[in-house]
Design a protein around this ligand. Structure first.
Ligand code: BGC
Length: 557
């Protein structure tokens, strides 16, 4: 490591939007799935240099921060969520110097950078796991059941399908809530705590602005690792506390991490954050992760899971706001990520709905997470051939039928794995590399090809094609983010519902009113103000407004 790496570049001085005491409270944070964002070296796989070169796109888009998915040394059994060395950059993605350069460039542009940390499990190639003595202390090994220990120690299933246990050559079994290449760590061992605190410090010393904590609800398991007792685990995840998810013991870890993060706050105003990827059965239990002495944010998957229906959306919004308000935390909103079907497709294959949902999200109080490509209105790719698949869930979940192990209903699976809604339920379809420019694949993704094939009809969806077209989804996002920065009433702060006809939501923020027509047809109502921005052309005549079906409009009031 060069000397340069040890002196972190300063984070942007101004809070994300210039409002409020914590930059994250109303920040718009853009998720970069590194292997699919931009490829600098022509191997068809996105990398850190590619991200750095494309940061101006994110600056122009108007986001406050970037979250990078794991780029650490990894055999890539689960897209890098199987980490073999938490302090090294995988050669696929570049070098530590590239990470440092990226941080500096982002900070120069006024963008903060959050990195992923994966504490529930490591790769089975991690030196702790390859050393049998260390492994025994630091992972969860148990003897099997049955006469000769030939049965798994309990009835837990892997989120990716099949048993959550794999038997070793020595005859005992180890736990892996995800793929067999992702053994679960033993968080009862203080060495595990110490190691992760050191890893956090390593990246904080390099200058990162926070961590997205993977499976933040999973590190602690119920004593004795009890059976669940019936075979419907996939349906139970996210709807109740399970012996391996959302155990109360995880909160002590988050409290310790919060103390560590706060220790990096200094006179210069640096504020580093933790974001929980936690699946909790209720908004109230999710709020426990963002108590004042725990993490700063938690993803609000209840919103992502809500159907496109006015009452259901209102219920979720109210519950989310009430739960986070009870602990003084901001609410987060998210519609898409690398684990779920893109919302353009999930919401009935309707770009109109997707655009409306995005404007709704960006009008709500709190912080919003965008997933790369949603600003282009990208759909899920639903016809990937089997031979290009990489999602481990695909291989464990039933290749022959294409049925996902978990979550084959019409909503996003509560375990974070993509569900089917007219799609096959696996996660490669939302990870297809971004189209930047040009008429044919790889659409400027890089000088080579792309690790997953891009559709032949994406030319109109490229960043270049949409730039400057006021009707494009990209310009809609740019306009929304620009207004969000400019209007003090958006972002964090108060919100109240306004009267609206059935199927329509209306709410006010200071100076702004937002209408959402979830119906498939126009609705007329008294014009609430002057249109500021709309996801579809709205007309106002003689004080009456006509809201197009599946649209969202922001009004100046
Ligand atoms: C990540 C997934 C990953 C899993 C295991 C999730 O929550 O978002 O992409 O497969 O954790 O690390």
């Amino acid at each position: 490591m060069t000397q340069e790496l040890t002196s972190p570049s300063p984070a942007p001085q101004a809070p994300g939007s210039g409002r409020g005491p914590g930059w994250w409270r109303d920040a718009v944070i853009y998720q970069v799935y590194v292997r699919s964002f931009a490829d600098s070296d022509g191997d068809g796989i996105g990398d850190l240099r590619g991200v750095r070169e494309r940061l101006p796109h994110l600056k122009d888009l108007g986001v406050d921060a970037v979250w990078l998915t794991p780029f650490y040394a990894s055999p890539q059994a689960d897209g890098g969520y199987d980490v073999a060395d938490y302090r090294a950059v995988d050669p696929l993605f570049g070098t530590l110097q590239d990470a440092d350069d990226l941080l500096r460039t982002a900070h120069d542009l006024g963008l903060r950078v959050i990195v992923d940390i994966v504490p529930n499990h490591t790769s089975d190639r991690h030196p702790w796991f390859t050393d049998p003595e260390l492994a025994r202390q630091r992972y969860l090994f148990r003897p099997g059941k049955g006469e000769n220990g030939e049965l798994p120690p309990n009835d837990w299933e892997s989120i990716f399908g099949g048993p959550a246990w794999t038997r070793t050559d020595r005859g005992d079994w180890y736990l892996h809530l995800f793929a067999p290449q992702q053994p679960d760590l033993n968080w009862e061992n203080p060495e595990v705590h110490a190691e992760f605190e050191a890893i956090l410090r390593f990246w904080l010393d390099l200058g990162v602005d926070g961590f997205r904590v993977d499976v933040a609800h999973g590190m602690i398991k119920a004593p004795g690792l009890p059976d669940i007792g019936h075979g419907a685990q996939a349906q139970l995840i996210g709807s109740q506390v399970l012996p391996f998810f959302d155990q109360d013991g995880v909160h002590a870890i988050h409290r310790a991490w919060r103390r560590l993060l706060d220790g990096y706050g200094d006179g210069s105003g640096r504020q580093v954050i933790g974001v929980a990827e936690a699946w909790a059965p209720t908004p109230e239990r999710l709020a426990l992760y963002v108590r004042p002495d725990e993490l700063h944010q938690a993803f609000n998957f209840q919103f992502l899971n809500a159907p496109w229906q006015a009452d259901a959306l209102r219920t979720v919004i109210e519950a989310s706001l009430a739960a986070t308000a009870s602990v003084g935390a901001p609410t987060t909103w998210v519609l898409s990520n690398h684990d779920v079907v893109r919302h353009t497709t999930r919401l009935g294959g309707s770009l109109a709905r997707a655009r409306a949902a995005s404007l709704l999200m960006l009008a709500l109080p709190g912080s919003a997470y965008l997933y790369q490509g949603e600003e282009l209105g990208l759909p899920e790719v639903t016809d990937l051939p089997d031979e290009v698949r990489q999602d481990p869930a695909f291989f464990r979940g039933g290749r022959a039928t294409g049925a996902a192990g978990p979550g084959t209903d019409t909503e996003a699976a509560p375990d974070g794995v993509a569900a089917a809604s007219g799609q096959d339920g696996f996660r490669d379809g939302c990870r297809v590399p971004l189209p930047w420019s040009g008429e044919a694949p790889p659409y400027g993704f890089g000088p080579g090809g792309s690790w997953l094939p891009q559709p032949a009809d994406w030319a109109p969806l490229t960043v270049a094609a949409q730039t400057g077209d006021p009707a494009s989804t990209l310009e809609l996002y740019r306009a929304a983010l620009e207004l969000r920065r400019r209007l003090p009433g958006l972002g964090d702060g108060p919100m109240s519902w306004a009267p609206a006809p059935d199927g329509v939501l209306a709410f006010t923020r200071p100076g702004v009113l937002c209408t959402v027509n979830t119906l498939g047809h126009d609705v007329e109502l008294p014009a609430p103000g002057t249109p500021l921005l709309s996801s579809a052309p709205v007309t106002v005549q003689d004080s009456a407004a006509r809201l197009p079906g599946d649209s969202c409009t922001w009004w100046a009031i």
